[in-house]
Ligand binder design. Structure first.
Ligand SMILES: [Zn+2]
Length: 115
């Protein structure tokens, strides 16, 4: 089974084609944009995965988009996305720690640091 969704491109007028395939190997998502052609992460596949309707080329895509969203919600993709979000939060926390440490070092350099 395969669902085709036309997705907006930010770099050209023609839409890209996102194909969601449900086979014995599982749920696959392909896109024919330059990154997608290589099987890499692309914003078109990610938008479909996250249920972001803004990526849809026109109103005709909504039925297939909803069908794909149902397949996705019944798969393990939402779990992977949750893990991604968790890692992004951890990264933000580390960035904040680094910023604070740099400020502390700068303060020490200005005011002096005892031994
Ligand atoms: Zn793409």
């Amino acid at each position: 089974m395969e669902i085709i969704i036309l997705a907006n491109s930010s770099s050209r007028d023609e839409p890209y084609t996102v194909a969601i395939s449900f086979t014995e190997t599982g749920l696959s998502i392909f896109c024919n944009c330059p990154a997608g052609e290589w099987g890499k992460y692309c914003k078109h596949k990610m938008a479909v995965l996250l249920g972001d309707e803004k990526i849809l080329y026109d109103d005709k895509q909504i039925e297939n988009f909803n069908k794909a969203s149902k397949w996705i919600s019944e798969s393990s993709y939402p779990l992977l996305v949750a893990k991604l979000r968790e890692s992004e939060k951890e990264l933000e926390a580390v960035k904040k720690t680094i910023k604070n440490m740099k400020e502390e070092i700068a303060y020490s350099m200005k005011e002096g640091l005892k031994s």
